[in-house]
Design a protein around this ligand. Structure first.
Ligand code: ADP
Ligand code: ADP
Length: 225
């Protein structure tokens, strides 16, 4: 059974159709790459799966529950408590230290500061960033900032990690380091990953890939589902 699934989803931005009957599923622990040309609807599909956007028609389910029928309050709680996000640009909070950025989801989830900061610190070792806990985003390289963003996305052990072009702003070597850490950590935690990318080298880290064209999932490859 699917952990997260979209069935025949449509969504338009005004007159622009972004999704035109897209279906997608990911099993628990599976890492699925979503590929396809620019403008084909990859990000919109991710946003629907993550409960950021509500489709015009079709169904989105997570553990069998209809995300598309939830109130904004419930969707927001789901995103905070059970999903993690990493985007092309880390979007760290510049006023906070790197460690505070990683601790943030725990603090928002009600974990006390000392415990949250300690759990965040452990991530700095895992990410190869020991000694950088006190830096702010302006004092980190692009790759370091993206690793911090990855720690922030995973620290609360989400069931699903949504990654939208996580290496898009990085050179290929730095991108590979980020992908090694992303995939390694997700496997360790059993986190399902929905990975939007247009780079075949990045998609190669996934168990399976789907290709989006003109708002539909046109093709799937790799491990049978
Ligand atoms: P991809 O991620 O594959 O590049 P997107 O899902 O971002 O594609 O976009 C799909 C289509 O929807 C494109 O035509 C894009 O311009 C349009 N689109 C995406 N987001 C918006 C938005 N917020 N407002 C208007 N049009 C949008
Ligand atoms: P992506 O790499 O996800 O395709 P884009 O640069 O296409 O990123 O879009 C970045 C943001 O702008 C997204 O949040 C998307 O929803 C929004 N967007 C994309 N196309 C449009 C559009 N035509 N009008 C308004 N917003 C858009």
């Amino acid at each position: 059974t699917a952990l997260i699934e979209a069935r025949d989803v449509t969504l338009s931005f005004g007159e622009t159709p972004a999704l035109r009957g897209a279906s997608f599923r990911a099993e628990a622990g599976e890492i699925v790459a979503v590929m396809g040309p620019s403008g084909s609807g990859k990000s919109t599909l991710l946003h629907c799966l993550a409960g950021i956007l509500v489709p015009d028609s079709g169904e989105v389910t997570f553990t069998g529950d209809r995300i598309d029928q939830m109130s904004e309050t419930r969707r927001s709680a789901l995103r905070r408590d059970r999903f993690g996000f990493v985007f092309q640009f880390g979007q760290l909070v510049p006023e906070l230290t790197a460690q505070e950025n990683v601790a943030l989801p725990l603090l928002l989830g009600g974990v006390r500061r000392a415990a949250a900061m300690e759990r965040a610190r452990v991530w700095f070792e895992r990410l190869g960033l020991s000694g950088m806990e006190g830096r702010r985003s302006g004092e980190l390289s692009g790759g370091q900032a993206q690793r911090v963003a990855l720690g922030r996305a995973l620290v609360a052990e989400p069931e699903v990690l949504f990654a939208d072009e996580p290496t898009g702003a990085l050179d290929s070597l730095t991108g590979e380091q980020v992908m090694e850490l992303l995939v390694g950590s997700a496997r360790e935690q059993g986190t399902t990953v929905v990975l939007v990318t247009h780079e075949p080298r990045v998609a190669a880290y996934a168990d399976r890939e789907v290709i989006v064209r003109d708002g539909r999932v046109a093709m799937t490859e790799g491990v049978a589902s």
